[in-house]
Design a protein around this ligand. Structure first.
Ligand SMILES: [Zn+2]
Length: 475
């Protein structure tokens, strides 16, 4: 037990939380829940969130939750969601707190991985498997926490609702959207905590800051198409469809979207600069000036995370062209995936891409989340940053200070996209919060050999127990 752990215990005792470090039984239970979730394939192609939802429901029922408070429901057999409610005291008539987590995972090809992505493997101090970062890690932490609360007979000052859902990563049956449209009563809340974003940023295991998502980029896919009558490949003609697509994409590569900060990202870089040293600290200060230094922007842009915080990004993710090795291509297509800064719409970015591609032979269409292709994109803008609520952030700062002393709570902008877009659209203030620590240079969500430090997982389990108690204990 290191000094940090002792400090955590001392702080917990003095604050009256009485949260001892994770006991062996809780570690065992949380590991078993994590293993079970990783080993249930929940990809859109062949997996089933229903099986994962049922497995979690079974564990909650076994722990003593009344059947009336545990539901597995959804639009079809393969895409069900799980909703559980821990009843509060009812005193004070406070509206519930909703916690959300997605059960589905991105596709993973076993041949790309060192381990089997759908097997839970502990190796070199890490847990490996698809979903160990995004985001079964937090689903498991939350289910464990609900089970602990139930077994203790803990009664929060208001209901706590946990919804584990389908199709955040893709697919046509987004669970949060479906629940809001069909069973709003089941998940209606004062505010929402989405464990899909936020979390502890570490460098070589040392905590640097505790991130809270207070703003989010907008997700948009675009399809480029070039067509040509085709013909025999021994007789090349001008206007080869593949050249048109390749040319457009290389122009995109050379033309990044403009640098732009907002209230949340400015504050993020200001706070972050205080933690950095040398050139990086100087660069972060330099981009906050009235006239941001282009050289500083360029240097920070080499870090993918800073780059995507400073601008809208669009990157080609798929190519598809031609029908035979000895024929001229009649059709060439590419998908470009964009992450759009708040204040801009997908249609605005489509128009900008058309200018960057500068090729009337390349037709640019919008691809909706459901996969439908449209000539124009929605005019809807990414949500403006939400005002931080002290009743959400104060308890977080307290628990973060106990668990990761010296690492400040840092509200920021999520560069990916999450289900928060649905809850925010439904008028529910949503914060991305998690206690799982990931090294800044070890971000493997959606990639191969996805993993999380074993100690980081158990801290994440411990975090929700402490934070939810700090947030919702009767006074
Ligand atoms: Zn996710």
């Amino acid at each position: 037990m290191g000094y940090a752990k002792l400090a955590v215990i001392a702080a917990a005792l003095s604050s009256g939380l009485a949260a001892a470090p994770l006991d062996d039984a809780t570690r065992g239970l949380s590991r078993e829940i994590f293993r079970e979730l990783i080993e249930i394939d929940t990809t859109d192609s062949v997996g089933s969130t229903t099986l994962a939802a049922q497995a979690m429901a079974r564990r909650l029922l076994d722990a003593g939750f009344p059947p009336a408070d545990v539901e597995v429901l959804g639009p079809n057999d393969r895409k069900r969601n799980m909703v559980v409610r821990l009843r509060g005291t009812g005193a004070g008539a406070l509206k519930p707190i909703l916690l959300i987590g997605h059960l589905d995972v991105v596709e993973a090809r076993p041949e790309d991985w060192t381990t089997n992505p759908f097997q839970f493997v502990e190796k070199d101090g890490y847990f490996y498997g698809r979903g160990t970062q995004d985001m079964k890690v937090n689903d498991a932490a939350l289910v464990t926490t609900f089970i602990r609360f139930r077994r203790e007979g803990y009664r929060p000052n208001r209901d706590l609702i946990l919804a584990l859902t389908a199709d955040e990563e893709g697919g046509k049956s987004n669970g949060v959207d479906w629940l809001l449209k069909n069973h709003r009563d089941l998940i209606d809340a004062d505010f929402v905590l989405n464990a899909d974003s936020g979390g502890v940023t570490t460098m070589h295991g040392k905590a640097v800051n505790v991130d809270v998502e207070a703003s989010e980029k907008l997700y948009a896919d675009f399809q480029l198409t070039a067509t040509n009558p085709g013909g025999h490949s021994s007789l090349p003609v001008p206007d080869n469809a593949i050249y048109h697509i390749a040319g457009a994409l290389s122009r995109l590569e050379r033309k990044p979207f403009p640098f732009e900060l907002n209230a949340v990202t400015r504050d993020y870089f200001r706070r972050r600069a205080e933690r950095e040293t040398g050139q990086t600290a100087a660069d972060m200060k330099a981009i906050l000036q009235t006239k941001p230094d282009p050289a500083a922007i360029a240097r920070l842009s080499t870090d993918a995370r800073y780059n995507s915080t400073m601008r809208t990004t669009c990157v080609p993710t798929r190519l598809n062209a031609g029908h035979a090795n000895n024929a001229l291509p009649q059709t060439a297509q590419a998908i470009v995936n964009c992450r759009i800064l708040p204040g801009h719409s997908a249609e605005e970015i489509r128009q900008e891409l058309i200018r960057i591609f500068a090729d009337p032979k390349v037709v640019l269409r919008y691809v909706s989340d459901a996969g439908d292709i449209a000539d124009r994109a929605p005019e809807r803008q990414a949500f403006p940053p939400i005002a931080p609520r002290p009743d959400v952030l104060k308890p977080l700062e307290k628990v973060a200070d106990e668990m990761w002393p010296g690492a400040p709570v840092l509200p920021g902008m999520e560069t990916g996209a999450s289900d928060s877009i649905y809850t925010m659209a439904a008028g529910l203030p949503t914060y991305g919060i998690s206690g799982v620590a990931i090294d800044q240079d070890d971000l493997r969500m959606h990639g191969k050999d996805e993993r999380v430090r074993v100690s980081s997982y158990y801290d994440g389990v411990d975090f929700f127990y402490r934070y939810l108690k700090a947030l919702a204990s009767p006074r």
